[in-house]
Structures are given as C-alpha cells and as structure tokens.
Ligand binder design. Structure first.
Ligand code: AMP
Ligand code: ZN
Length: 136
C-alpha cells in the first residue's frame, strides 16, 4: 500500500491538480510547480515506489518510455537547445518527494545553468583505478 500522504500518488489520483504533459497507463508526466527552467517536467510511475532500487525491469522500461514521450512533447512545445534529465534518489541525492520520479529540464544556450557535473564535485571521488576493482 502506498503511504496515504504521498504527494505524487495524490496527483496521480486526481486529488491534487496538475498540468499534464504526457500520460499513459503506466506513467504521468506533469509540469513541475517550481520550475528550474520553462517546461521543467516531472515523470512519475503510477505505481508507488519510493526509490530507484525498488523498480523492476518492467517498471524501468515503462517509465523510461514515458520519459521519452514526455521529452518529445516538451521538444515540440518549446524547442529548447538541449536538456538535462535527472533523478534525485533518496535524501543523499536530493530527493524530497519519496515517490520515484524523473526530471526533464529544458536548456537554452546562455541560460546560465551548468551540466550534470555541477551537481557535485566530491572531495571523496576516489581514484578511478581503485574504484574499477570493485566491478571486477
Ligand atoms: P525532488 O526534489 O526530486 O523530490 O523533486 C520534487 C519536485 O516536485 C520538485 O521539483 C517540486 O517543485 C515538485 N513539486 C512539488 N509539488 C508539486 C506539485 N503539486 N505539482 C508539480 N510539481 C510539484
Ligand atoms: Zn506515491
């Protein structure tokens, strides 16, 4: 059972209004209420899952197809110069709403924003050669 107070479950259920960008049986994409850029869109799986690691392969596929469709809608409406697509996963990753979701952020030349690399430049990023040993 999803938590009764989940904001995105309430949006999916129609209890809180949204500006829909794309919808199918598996996902809902809507305009972010506090946009980082014009057309900032949030894509949520309709089934409540708190974090990425809980998602099955089928749910990943369906949600990413929703992301693809939403991206096409945003592209058609706004013709941005580029995009950032991101996920804030768990509090350490900046997640505020505990219902897994993707962000599509349209970008324009000279908009003053950074790249994915500007999220963090961790002092504990480690030595790549050492990290690679963990994947052997
Ligand atoms: P996150 O920090 O990744 O959990 O992002 C949650 C996002 O949900 C934020 O960008 C909020 O601006 C957005 N948000 C919160 N409430 C609403 C709402 N009622 N409608 C649309 N977006 C919302
Ligand atoms: Zn939820």
């Amino acid at each position: 059972m999803p938590p009764a107070d989940c904001l995105f479950c309430k949006i999916i259920a129609g209890e809180i209004p949204n500006y829909t960008v794309y919808e199918d049986t598996q996902v809902l994409a809507f305009l972010d209420i506090n946009p980082c850029a014009k057309g900032h869109t949030v894509i949520v799986p309709k089934k409540h899952l708190a974090t990425l690691i809980e998602m099955t392969e089928t749910q990943w596929r369906a949600t990413l197809e929703g992301v693809r469709q939403a991206l096409r809608r945003v592209e058609a409406a706004l013709q941005p110069d580029g995009f950032n697509i991101g996920i804030n996963d768990r509090p350490a990753g900046g997640q505020v709403v505990p219902h897994v979701h993707w962000h599509i952020i349209p970008r324009w030349q000279g908009d003053g924003g950074g790249s994915i690399h500007s999220i963090i430049k961790g002092k504990d990023a480690g030595d790549v050669k050492e990290t690679a040993k963990l994947f052997k």
